[in-house]
Design a protein around this ligand. Structure first.
Ligand code: ADP
Ligand code: MG
Length: 456
């Protein structure tokens, strides 16, 4: 881990470079634990650029990584930093161009191309189900507009279409930094088109999408029943095609099977190569599980990989979800990833079966954290400072124990099952909207599951 020692010492004389380094290592370790779904092995390669005055700046190799962390992990890093330092510090991400000066590319920063750092060809497992799609993406990335045009990928959700489209873009960018690529979801394309009409800036829109080396549109089935957008896309397609520019599309079904799509579009989509992606075979699923575990820095045995691959069959996104569950359980219990642990994690019975967590354990942890009294939680008070901890108790009780809604309501002032249900869905919403809530819930569950029993 690299440090800009001079800067740390200058700004924070009491904090030695070694201290800062230790804190930084701890931040990374905690961030991984707080949000297993987004934890990656490459977090260890992040650098500390700056640590002083309540702010910590973390260095990344490129803008895509900055974007990924900003979008997915800012909450967990902030929380991790607050835990590691004991202070209310903020975290930001930046391209560290000291270490990666050669790779640093200002055009890249300026361009709006948002690519996921994981979605590369290297991280894509090739098997019989996706071989053609993969090979055609590789071929197209090597010579835009020259091989298959358009390239049309289709397959059910979660089978790797978006991954392949992004891998193709990564590859093009790697070889030619000046290549102009527009990659967007069809929904985004349609929304931008509508906005262009509303603001009277259709020519701006057309310039943007017609002056490119490659136009990559994900989930093109979104065009169905949108006549005006289909018309616009038809002309965009023709302009690009006639000038030898590459068009790459993905959809959930073959061109002919997309309902309410104009015939002239269907026929154009069939002009180039149409590649189908099927659900992966068992061997491919095992290889994917191993690859994903490796990306997260997890050690899993062949037995566990086999178990996960058998358990989840149809959708690779769900395979990843299974791995995340296993990791979350392993970190909360502090146990190695054995077959038994994987089984318990995927059967969703971890809390109830490995430790006997009672509602009282949960209430104790939550009242401590929020500094409220049990009597308040059981009272009729509805102020936010009481209602939120109460809802969190209900939510965690639902997640970590096998008590019924009625029983949970009973512990919290005799509330009925609909109130508990409502509280759970509210907390679930907050969890997905707010990384801070997400991190807090992880932390509380960890605390509750790790301590076998509170002294009540
Ligand atoms: P789609 O766009 O088809 O719905 P995605 O591209 O979003 O699917 O893929 C869902 C998840 O599965 C992603 O995290 C992706 O990395 C992963 N995935 C899909 N296929 C593969 C594969 N062959 N190798 C590795 N990961 C894969
Ligand atoms: Mg997709």
């Amino acid at each position: 881990m690299e440090l800009l020692c001079a800067e740390i010492l200058y700004k924070e004389p009491q904090l030695s470079a070694k201290d800062a380094e230790d804190i930084f290592v701890e931040i990374i370790a905690r961030a991984k634990k707080l949000d297993p779904a987004n934890a990656r092995k490459w977090f260890d390669k992040l650098t500390l650029v700056h640590m002083s005055g309540g702010s910590i700046e973390i260095g990344c190799p490129d803008q895509a990584t900055v974007q990924f962390l900003h979008d997915n992990s800012r909450g967990s890093f902030t929380r991790a930093a607050q835990q590691a330092t004991g202070h209310l510090v903020g975290v930001d991400f930046t391209v560290d161009n000291r270490k990666h000066r050669d790779k640093f590319d200002t055009d890249w920063v300026k361009s709006e191309l948002k690519l996921h750092p994981d979605y590369t060809f290297n991280n894509f497992v090739v098997g019989p189900s996706n071989r053609l799609a993969h090979a055609s993406c590789v071929a197209v990335s090597r010579s835009l507009g020259q091989t298959y045009n358009p390239l049309f990928l289709y397959g059910s959700s979660g089978l790797g279409k978006t991954h392949l489209l992004q891998a193709l873009c990564w590859e093009v960018r790697k070889d030619d930094k000046n290549a102009v690529i527009q990659l967007l979801s069809c929904e985004d394309f349609v929304n931008r088109f509508i906005r262009a009409i509303e603001t009277g800036n259709l020519s701006g829109f057309q310039n943007r999408f017609r002056n490119v080396d490659a136009l990559v549109i994900d989930d093109i089935q979104f065009l169905r029943e949108r006549e005006q957008s289909q018309e616009e896309f038809f002309h965009t397609f023709n302009t690009l095609y006639n000038s030898g520019k590459q068009i790459i599309l993905s959809a959930d079904s073959a061109p002919t099977d997309i309902p309410s799509l104009e015939d002239r579009l269907i026929s154009r989509f069939n002009w180039g190569l149409v590649a189908r992606i099927d659900p992966p075979s068992y061997d491919t699923r095992v290889a994917i599980v191993q690859k994903k575990a490796h990306l997260r820095g997890l050690e899993i045995t062949d037995q566990v990989a086999d178990y996960v691959a058998r358990k989840v069959q149809a959708n690779i996104r769900e395979l990843e979800g299974a791995l995340t569950n296993i990791y979350a359980v392993a970190t909360t219990t502090g146990e190695p990833i054995t077959l038994e642990l994987a089984q318990t994690a995927l059967e969703g019975q971890i809390a109830a079966s490995t430790r006997h967590i009672s509602i009282t354990d949960i209430i104790t942890a939550v009242t401590r954290h929020f500094d409220v009294r049990l009597a308040d939680l059981q009272s009729k008070k509805r102020s936010q400072s009481i209602a939120l901890p109460r809802q969190i108790c209900m939510y965690l009780a639902r997640q970590l124990t096998s008590h019924s809604l009625e029983e949970i309501g009973g512990h919290l002032g005799g509330r009925d099952h609909t109130t508990v249900m409502h509280a759970c869905s509210k907390v679930e919403d907050k969890r997905s909207d707010d990384p801070k809530v997400h991190a807090l819930l992880n932390e509380l569950s960890q605390e509750i599951t790790q301590r076998p029993a509170y002294k009540h």
